[in-house]
Every structure is written in C-alpha cells, then in structure tokens.
Design a protein around this ligand. Structure first.
Ligand code: GDP
Ligand code: IMO
Ligand code: MG
Length: 427
C-alpha cells in the first residue's frame, strides 16, 4: 500500500506540479489535501503548458484518478472553469472525485479576504485574495459551507444565514461595505450543484479502500512548509497545513499508511507575499534568478522574491515533515554563476545558530551565514544521469544533500517532464 506525500519544502512554487505530473504516470490516485486555488502548479508536457490551481496535477495522466480531499477549500466557479478549460484542450477530467466534506469558498469569503488585507495596510500578509483564510476561519468557527450542503436547500440557506449574520455587521459597520444578501448567495451556490454532482463522493472511503487494494496513492501538497499555519513563518503563512501531517487530516488517511514523504526543494529560494526571508537578494543576482528562473506567480502574476539556497530551512523541512527524500528542482537556473553562495546557518544578535529559531523575533533578525560553492558554466538541461552533470554541479547537489538531512532522489534540469535526473526510484 504505497502512499507517498509530495510537498513543498520552502515557501511554495518549488515545482510540485512538475514532480507530481512526473509520478502521475505510475500512480493510481493523486490527491490534493489542503489549500485551494491560491496554488498555482505549472506542468509542461511536450510543447503544452498547463497552469493548475485546484485540480491535482495527476489529472494530466490518463490512468490516474484525481481527488480533491476534505481538507481542500473549493471555489466552485474556479473548479468548473478549470475543468472546462482542460476539456477544451482534450484532457479527460471525468474521473475526478470531490470530497463532499470539502469546504466551499463563497463569494463573501473572497470579499472578506480582500477587505481585511486592505484594512491591514502596511501589516498585510499579501494573500492571493482568493478567500482562503476566511473560508478556513469559517470552517474552524463552525459556520462553513460544505460541498454536501449544495444538495439540501434548506440546510444551505440556514448555514449561509448563520455565516452572514455576523459578517454583514462587520462588512457594513466596520468596513463600510454593502451587506451581502443570503438569497443571492444561496442561488449562486445552488447553481453549481448539478454541475458538481458527478464528482462528489466519499473520498475517505475510496482512498482507504484503494490502499487496502495495494493501489499507489500520491498526496500532492499546495504551498510549502514555511507557509504552514502551525510550522511556518506565522502570521505570514497560509491558513492550512501543507506539511506532511496535513495529508492525513486533509484526506482521512492514517499516518501508519504513509510510506514516503518527498520534499520538493528549489536549488535557490523564492517567496511571494510578505514575511521574513533571510537569504532574499535585492541586487542583480536576485534579478537574474527571477529572470532566468521565470519567477513570476502562476496565480497572481506577482514577481517572486528571490534569494540563495537556505540549508537551515531545508533541515527544518526534513524535521517537521519526516522527509525521506528530496526532489531538487531548477538546478539549471544556477548555470553561469562563478560561485554560488549557500546559507549554512544564521547569525542572530551576534550568535551563530544552526537551526531555525522558533521565535518570530529571532527569525526576523536572522542574517545568513554563507559558504561559497564553485559554480559551472556548461548547459545541464540535457543531462540524464548524475554523472552527466559537471563536477561542480555534482558537488553542489552533494553539499545540499549533506546539509539538508535527506537524500536527493531526483534533480530537475528544466521544466519539461523528461528534464529530470532520477537517482533513486520513488516507487
Ligand atoms: P509549484 O507551485 O510548486 O507547482 O511550482 P510553480 O509551478 O508555481 O513554479 C515552478 C516553475 O518552475 C514552473 O514554471 C515550472 O514549469 C518550472 N520548473 C519546475 N521544475 C523546473 C526545473 O527543474 N527547471 C526549470 N528551469 N524550471 C522548472
Ligand atoms: P503553490 O501551491 C507561493 C502565499 C501568498 C501569501 C500567503 C497567504 O503554487 O506553491 P493565502 O492566499 O494562501 O491566504 O496567502 O501565502 N501563498 C503562496 N505562495 N505559492 C503558493 O502556492 C502560495 N499560496 C499562497 O502569497 O504570502
Ligand atoms: Mg506555484
């Protein structure tokens, strides 16, 4: 019963979509377990490029059943337009399974996300504005709307009333906005019911039965370890658990079933939105990483903040996720630098610190301690095996592996499916 978790080891956008798609051909189910359409996962197949937000990247592999688990928050209009967009491009999406327990991002959750950010002013998180935080807040406050509620009009109406009761007071009295009408929301949501019905199922039962039948299940995380609500750089985080434990709660599969946890790790670091980032670059190197790496958000089109590789973060990701492997991505982007700085520790208030500080204040004060590794200038995008890489690129990978605490089992040398060096098999 191989069950693999694949997740971001940094601040998101590590290349999870590509890695998931690569494994998609050999697995039976790919499951999203948290987050929503704040995610933007790019998959390149031949000359075709796909940007997926809510759908698991396994949707592009014909033999694979894509699943949206109970831990995901679903904007029905986004889901339906993503499905029809893929159908127009000839992708069969009929196998999709959608958990009836997944929470729905309602139009008022999107409104609340936007007005809250506006009112936070300088202290804003820089959210994607997709209603993610407010929808998870409603879930925790027990006033959320679930997919299954679309099939009981009376319950749906009562729940929307309960959710809007306080929100309308806040919107009108605090934020100076118009109140949102219950009927309108109910009507809009009911309009999605029939279109979503073919996909709705008891995904917990399906996945556990699949594991009993020895099927291979891959859990695809959105966002990344440092954006985790519990283990990330709070409050500059997303509102769910992208870390490995989130796969269990977000899909209803017990921890004893998970056999492998793969951390997707970029050969340098990026971040979108606000919050601390010790190795961030504000110079030409940062600009070059952004340009060569194409570091622009798939969801919001924002430029990503760029910096050197941070081994402290990678070690932390190994620990909080119990990583068994790393998939190192975008090594090709580093081609051409004479020397590549790698952050091996932090200096905080004059002291050298080897591990991620738990204190937010300390993390904000952390200065990177760099070690310089020799670079390479040869094109590595055609490399098929580790030995095809130039000596210095091999040494860079080995150094990262040693500092990060888990074996690097695959290396990305380009965005395409085949632009990957496989070192240890994942299955
Ligand atoms: P995700 O959110 O983790 O799925 O990552 P994104 O798709 O947001 O960002 C990763 C970007 O890097 C995408 O444009 C990918 O096509 C691209 N990419 C992934 N792996 C590699 C790689 O090894 N080399 C290069 N050059 N690009 C890659
Ligand atoms: P993928 O899956 C990078 C960031 C936002 C913001 C913070 C909170 O493509 O790696 P939210 O809208 O989630 O409440 O925003 O989290 N963020 C991401 N950054 N990649 C993502 O997803 C992200 N999803 C959210 O920029 O800083
Ligand atoms: Mg992304």
């Amino acid at each position: 019963m191989p069950a693999l978790v694949l997740l971001g080891a940094q601040w998101g956008d590590e290349g999870k979509g590509k890695a998931t798609d690569l494994l998609g051909g050999s697995v039976d189910y790919v499951v999203r377990y948290q987050g929503g359409n704040n995610a933007g996962h790019t998959v390149v197949v031949g000359d075709q490029k796909y940007a997926l937000h809510l759908l698991p990247s396994g949707i592009l592999s014909p033999g694979c059943t894509p699943v949206i688990g109970n831990g995901v928050v679903v904007d029905p209009s986004v889901l339906l337009s993503e499905l029809s967009g893929l159908n127009e491009r000839g992708v069969d999406t009929s196998k999709l399974l959608l958990s009836g327990n997944a929470h729905i991002i309602t139009p008022y959750n999107v409104t609340v996300d936007k007005v809250t950010e506006r009112f936070l002013g300088k202290r804003k998180i820089g959210t994607t504005g997709r209603g993610i935080g407010p929808t998870y807040a409603d879930k925790i406050n027990r006033v959320g709307i679930r997919v299954q509620d679309l099939y009981d009009e009376s319950i749906l109406t009562q729940k929307v009333e309960a959710a809007l009761d306080v929100k309308n007071q806040v919107l009108t009295k605090l934020y100076n906005r118009r109140a949102i009408a219950v009927d309108q929301v109910v009507e809009e949501l009911l309009g999605y019911a029939d279109k979503l019905a073919p996909y709705v199922s008891d995904t917990v039962l399906v996945l556990n039965q699949a594991l009993e039948d020895d099927k291979v299940v891959l859990f695809e995380g959105g966002q990344g370890t440092l954006l985790d609500i519990d283990h990330g750089t709070y409050p500059f985080v997303t509102s769910s658990n992208p870390t490995a434990g989130g796969a269990c709660t977000g899909a209803g599969v017990g921890p004893t079933k998970i056999s492998r946890v793969i951390g997707i790790l970029k050969a340098y670091t990026t971040r979108v939105g606000a919050g601390p980032f010790p190795t961030e670059l504000f110079d030409e190197d940062g600009e070059a990483l952004r340009r060569i790496g194409g570091e622009r958000g798939v969801t919001t089109g924002r430029d990503r903040r760029c910096g050197w590789f941070d081994a402290v973060i990678a070690r932390y990701a190994t620990r909080v996720n119990g990583l068994t492997d790393f998939f190192l991505t975008k090594l090709d982007v580093l081609t051409g630098w004479e020397q590549i700085p790698v952050c091996v520790a932090y200096e905080i208030d004059g002291k050298r610190v080897e591990e991620l500080p738990y204190s937010q204040t300390d993390f904000h004060h952390a200065k990177p301690v760099y070690e310089m590794l020799p670079g390479w200038s040869e094109d590595i995008s055609k490399a098929k095996s580790f030995s095809d890489l130039p000596k210095n690129a091999q040494a860079y990978v080995k150094a990262l592996e040693e500092m990060s605490g888990a074996p690097i089992s695959a290396i990305g040398v380009g965005p395409g499916r085949d632009e990957t060096i496989e070192i240890n098999s994942f299955l």
